[in-house]
Design a protein around this ligand. Structure first.
Ligand SMILES: C[S@@+](CC[C@H](N)C(=O)[O-])C[C@H]1O[C@@H](n2cnc3c(N)ncnc32)[C@H](O)[C@@H]1O
Length: 196
């Protein structure tokens, strides 16, 4: 991962965050109120762990957070946070239940290994998000929230349509802390529609 030593990097260091990415989630959350006290939250692509740090603080001890990543998380976390080292493509919704049931919020900051070829990378990111959407179908409770990182590029329109089928409201978010030159953009699904 390329480390950019900008304002957010230094702010993250000062505030004890393991990565500057925390501020992207914080900005989106402050604007749209995704995560609430007591929520059960799934954090996909959670390493090195700054979204876990932010989320665990917001949900508090009545809430629970389950993080998943191919990579380990190497810093200590509160007792209401668990981390599973696994590939999202090898997991079923059953593996990701929290306290044996559905979750209130699913977050995904997952990024594929980039090839440098824009169309290929956008396609890989789309594949990750299709898997997240499929898991959300079973795992996310009605009226729940889903936030995913996507790449600006061809499949974004398809992803947005898929979100519109499943959520009452869909927003595209580009937080200030996400570098302007980065192709990343966040897609937020608010209020999961009830399955018929
Ligand atoms: C940008 S980092 C996440 C940063 C994290 N949100 C934080 O705040 O510290 C993206 C992560 O996605 C993970 N990832 C990519 N593909 C994955 C997959 N198939 N299954 C699980 N994790 C994956 C990578 O290992 C990487 O750690």
């Amino acid at each position: 991962m390329k480390i950019i030593k900008d304002h957010y990097f230094h702010k993250a260091k000062r505030n004890g965050y393991v990565a500057r990415s925390a501020y992207k989630l914080e900005e989106i959350d402050k604007k749209h109120r995704i995560i609430r006290k007591g929520n059960f939250v799934l954090d996909l692509g959670c390493s090195p762990g700054s979204w876990l740090q932010y989320t665990s603080r917001i949900v508090g001890e009545e809430g629970e957070v389950l993080g998943v990543d191919l990579q380990p998380v190497n810093h200590s976390l509160p007792a209401h946070v668990r981390v599973l080292q696994a590939d999202i493509f090898e997991l079923t919704a059953k593996d990701l239940e929290i306290s044996g049931g559905m979750v209130d919020v699913i977050l995904s900051d997952m990024a594929p290994k980039t090839s440098g070829i824009r169309a290929t990378d956008a396609q890989r990111s789309y594949a990750l998000n299709q898997q997240v959407l499929q898991l959300a179908e079973e795992l996310l409770r009605p009226r729940g929230m889903l936030l995913v990182k996507a790449f600006q590029g061809a499949p974004l329109g398809e992803l947005r349509n898929a979100f519109r089928n499943s959520f009452a409201k869909v927003k595209l978010c580009k937080p200030k802390s996400s570098r302007a030159e980065s192709v990343e953009i966040f897609l937020l699904g608010m209020g999961k529609k009830q399955n018929n």
